[in-house]
Write a new protein. Structure first.
Length: 369
């Protein structure tokens, strides 16, 4: 009896997944998925139009509804996450906001955490509030407060893991247990983890969101977002995409497809460098504190070790100095490539003192934007 072939690893999926499915015959010999730089698609006959409209023919029709370059990219990301499907967006914020609008009813309620990206919080406070949606904000590691915050009208719980900038790591299985008992959808932003370091769907999350601009793309040359999950969970989100139109363009989709091919090897180096830089900074006499899940001093170190296979390339630290000294040190000694990704003094939020600095030792772009 022949043995069942082993499951493909991260690197194999990153290179090959999505690249040969649903290809037209004349494109099958192209090793690289082409860029379908088109807004519309031609039907060869009226019979094909009718079959498409009746749901008997699966194909592309119009650029807001789909594109073969998108589809290959979506399939690759879904394979990396171990998911049924993925949906691409023009940015990570487009992915998050469209998902919220698709799943939250008017006058509804959601729960999030106090360390989420500020623009996400702004969308909840300024835009969802116009629809009567109330948002309750809790501390990320307090599942008792999560349980207390859930109400009969709560639709979803959303958080990042790891979060920006303090890299808090959520105990996803415990969060899922608490939310599932109340019928609440769990959405995890895994931008800082990537499917290489943590698959939140495997721990029970309903949907995973990525800002693909960061690790997934990997080259600082595209803006993209994604939502990943089951076909059923993604259904309302896909429907909203066709109406709202937050679509990625074919060229950006191709750049993302290319970038993901090296995701596994890039994350291996990110993880290695991040740990070394975090340990160096923690031992430095002029550094007051370091936040990195790979350090025993991080409040979520035990959770991170249990759930994650690596801790990424972003390290947040606080210098043992006042604000002015920190700024002088940061802007005069940091290489220009690093400076381009840090948050300038004019954007520091009032009352946010001390201001931590996030450094990405294996890439030039830092996430404090």
């Amino acid at each position: 009896m022949s043995k069942r072939p082993p499951e493909a690893g991260n690197s194999t999926r990153a290179v090959h997944a999505g690249e040969r499915e649903r290809r037209e015959r004349d494109l099958l010999d192209a090793l690289t998925t082409p860029i379908f730089q088109t807004a519309t698609f031609r039907f060869s006959s009226g019979a094909d139009v009718r079959a498409y409209q009746e749901g008997r023919l699966s194909r592309e029709e119009y650029g807001r509804y789909g594109n073969p370059t998108w589809r290959a990219t979506e399939q690759k990301l879904a394979a990396l996450e171990g998911a049924e499907a993925a949906a691409l967006f023009a940015s990570g914020m487009a992915a998050a906001t469209t998902t919220f609008l698709a799943l939250l009813p008017a006058g509804g309620h959601m729960v999030t955490t106090n360390d989420c990206y500020r623009r996400t919080r702004q969308f909840c406070d300024e835009y969802l509030a116009k629809l009567g949606v109330e948002t309750t904000v809790i501390e990320p590691s307090d599942t008792k407060k999560l349980a207390d915050a859930l109400r009969d009208d709560t639709t979803l719980f959303f958080t990042e893991s790891p979060a920006n900038p303090y890299l808090r790591v959520i105990d996803v299985p415990e969060v899922v247990r608490v939310c599932r008992a109340r019928g609440v959808t769990v959405i995890i932003d895994s931008t800082f983890a990537t499917p290489v370091n943590h698959r939140a769907l495997g721990d029970g999350a309903d949907l995973v969101i990525h800002s693909a601009t960061k690790y997934l793309g990997g080259h600082n040359d595209l803006l993209a977002g994604a939502v990943v999950g089951s076909e059923e969970a993604l259904g309302p989100v896909r429907k909203a995409v066709g109406v709202l139109g937050p679509v990625i363009d074919p060229h950006a989709a191709y750049l993302l497809l290319r970038g993901m091919k090296t995701l596994d090897v890039r994350m291996e180096r990110h993880n290695e460098n991040g740990q070394k830089v975090a340990e160096f900074l923690e031992a430095h006499p002029r550094v007051r504190r370091v936040w990195y899940p790979g350090l025993a001093s991080h409040p979520d170190h035990d959770v991170a070790r249990r759930l994650m296979s690596g801790f990424g390339g972003v390290v947040t630290f606080e210098l043992d100095a006042d604000f002015e000294t920190t700024e002088r040190s940061r802007w005069s000694r940091c290489p220009s490539a690093c400076r381009s990704g840090t948050r300038p003094p004019s954007s520091a939020r009032p009352g946010a003192s001390p201001t931590p600095w996030s450094a990405s030792p294996a890439a030039s772009k830092t996430p404090m934007t």
